[in-house]
Design a protein around this ligand. Sequence first.
Ligand code: URP
Ligand code: ZN
Ligand code: ZN
Ligand code: ZN
Length: 484
Amino acid sequence: MTTVIKNGTVVTADLTYEADVAIENGVITAIGPNLKGDTELDATGCYVMPGGIDPHTHLEMPFMGTYSSDDFESGTRAALSGGTTMVVDFALPSPGQGLHDALQMWDNKSTRANCDYSFHMAVTWWGEQVFNEMESVIKDRGINTFKHFMAYKGALMVNDDELYASFNRLAELGGIAMVHAENGDVVAELTAKLLAEGNTGPEGHAYSRPTQVEGEATNRAIMIADMAGVPLYVVHTSCEEAHEAIRRAKMQGKRVWGEPLIQHLTLDESEYFNQDWDHAARRVMSPPFRNKQHQDSLWAGLQSGSLSVVATDHCAFTTEQKRFGVGDFSKIPNGTGGLEDRMPMLWTHGVTTGRLTLNEFVAVTSTNIAKILNCYPKKGAVLVGADADLVVWDPEKEKTISASTQQSAIDYNVFEGKHVKGLPRFTLTRGHVAIHDGEVRTQEGHGKFVKRPGNGTVNRALSTWKELTAPRPVERTGIPATGV
Ligand code: URP
Ligand code: ZN
Ligand code: ZN
Ligand code: ZN
């Protein structure tokens, strides 16, 4: 059985051209003119692009006394509905729990996924067991990315000595370090002060996490990664201070990447101020939304390449869950949704405004992260042999975002009322048409785990203080036979 996507324009991270795309057994088998198939999908007027990859989700995650409300079924259904065909979720060990134990829990949850997925491993505590298991997580499980929380003091946060030890271990194993970069000690101080002064509403969340706490932690993580010699991926980069640190590191030749979220690109801090409690609390996430200057910085970073990936950090809580924090903003579960809206919102605010080219859109929603995470060109490509994870994008299709029509399981949408132009006509997951003109034909359990091996045993990508200052080996041309 061959499926052919006909009459579309193929758009990849570097090329735009007219061609049909043939698919057999979930894989792309031919790209060219006038292909014939048993099933034909009409892509007239559409762009045929690699399906989106969202490298930052929290599906059914235990967090702040509850669980995030989208699971692998509703979360991946939402993803496909918006043109995203792969998600990477964070497996979170509880303190003292082994890495493989935590992965078993994520394996169990993810059996319901409608699209392919992978995991990052979180390092939420440090000890011999974590040190030992890291090797088999990378080599046997094919998980090469390890996230460290520099915030959430007393819960998920790791200290600098733990960060340095973990980064060193990853360097020798060929892994990639990831950080949630906010100074958790300062956030805890500011939170206590605000609450003591009677500032208990959701806007207190934003005041407790100013851009400086993110800038400081980003700089610190970059320097610690440099000393350890490990590549560093900074999640949810939301402000100029953090972006500036990443930009500078890149210019210095360091392998550092930054990931803005679609929420930070398109929503600002006014969502917290002079709003009703529910409106503001539904938008409480870390880092919080910023002002327009920071948004401009993030857009510029995507254009120049100093920021590499647009993600969502999809971590959806219902209004009822958000209300755990009535009277104390620090108890509002942190997180917002966005899986379904990332691609249409980025298209509408990026491509149709001229901020991003078609090819840049593909790069930041799919190809760049597939390369960073080491699953390219199985994912993130329109190439013969690649998985047929594709989106047939109709630039004329429009809608107004509304919780009443979304796939996500929660009762609101942070983009409610926003008009988007540019939506999937078809979304294909390994050749299966999961979405056709808004009609959902997902198959629960269709999704498979995607292995992402590490980079072998040598990965000294970053310059280190030691390398720079150690005496250079002396080149000897031979020892004279007779005394000089
Ligand atoms: O507020 C957020 N971002 N919640 C999800 C967990 C995290 O920090 O990524
Ligand atoms: Zn985070
Ligand atoms: Zn997150
Ligand atoms: Zn149709």
